[in-house]
Write a protein that binds this ligand. Sequence first.
Ligand SMILES: [Zn+2]
Length: 140
Amino acid sequence: MKVDAIQDGIVIDHIAAGCGMKLYHLLGLDALDVPVAMITNVVSGKRGRKDIIKIDADLPVSLDVVGYVDPEATVNIIRKGELMEKKRVELPERLVNVIRCKNPRCITSCEQELDQIFRLADREKMEYRCLYCETRAAGI
Ligand SMILES: [Zn+2]
């Protein structure tokens, strides 16, 4: 894959340096059979260093997950080799089935069919809590 020549795909740019791999896993890109390029520690004028993920496939990327990992990241949609759309993300109010509650007594631990839902409890601290038991999510 030519990293700079994506025809139809997605470029997630301006990810805080060191968060690229976390985002890669949370988006489930490791489980997909599509070409993905991870570029880490790129010098960026705006933020010092950044990570970039390039996905050479037209697939839906959860803006909630990107916003959860880094609300400053941007999602660029590439069509026919051109930038078609640049999407901004923000911290989502809710995270559904992105992270798991680590409280062993949480109802989601025994009732597997329940969605794992976290709500944004504190925007300043970027803190999420389990909707069912209020357990705080581990940070990024
Ligand atoms: Zn819980």
